[in-house]
Design a binder for this molecule. Sequence first.
Ligand SMILES: O=C(O)CCC(=O)C(=O)O
Length: 276
Amino acid sequence: MDPEAVAAHYRAEGYAVVRGFLDGEAVAALAGLADAVEAEALVHGRPFRHGNLYYDTRPGPPPRLRMAQWAVWHHPGLERFRTHPRYAALLAPLLGPDLKQIIHQIHWKPRGAGADFAWHQDSRSRRPRAAFRNLATSYVQTGLAIDPHDEASGCLRVIPGSHRLGELGLARDGPVLGRDIDDSDLLAHGLNPAAQVPLRLAPGDLALWSPFTVHASGENRSSHARRLLINGYVRAEDCDRGEWAFRAGRPVPLPEAPSLVHWEDLPNRPEPHHPE
Ligand SMILES: O=C(O)CCC(=O)C(=O)O
């Protein structure tokens, strides 16, 4: 891994890929943790929240888990996969040594329809706006492949260079997860569908993309789930939200109680519950 070379590609294209970011043993441990998260989520059989932890389980039959946010609160083994020193080393040229974390989630993308991510920019989700400063240069999203991640399994696709276009209003305020990928969304914003690049990742490979990079992922038509660990980091001085991940490049463990990240009702409803 050459963090400077990764940063140069990221700055030029709005995305980058790091091969072999984690080794096979680490990915196997992560896969085991993902299995434990899924088993817990499926016991609930419907959406479940506890603080910032959120399991997006679609009721069945059979119930299907699409996404888990901040599962580390119930599965502390995930801690090393959000504060792994390789993240600090990789992101230092882009963000510096003091990082908070906004996104910590696993996407399952189960086989079949209903788990597309429509074309979007992550900037739409970085709310409230006032809590995020210099978003284009202060925030990096990462995705670590747990399973083979290719066209058959519904891999990420990006539009190179789109990070330079600012916020385009793709998908507006509608849902992104569960909305079918539709290339006419690109044409409507002057983007060329033929320019899209599929990010093919082997287990342990990592992708990085900017909050303004236009990206999507389609249906999983493979015979396996397509799990992806998404960690999103922000330069601490440019953000009022999130959990600390690294100070001076060193891992910071989770605090006793969750911090305000995205879910605004955290102070009012910290107890476990099934959201309506
Ligand atoms: O998991 C995926 O395929 C898509 C992830 C994505 O688009 C996102 O996290 O913004």
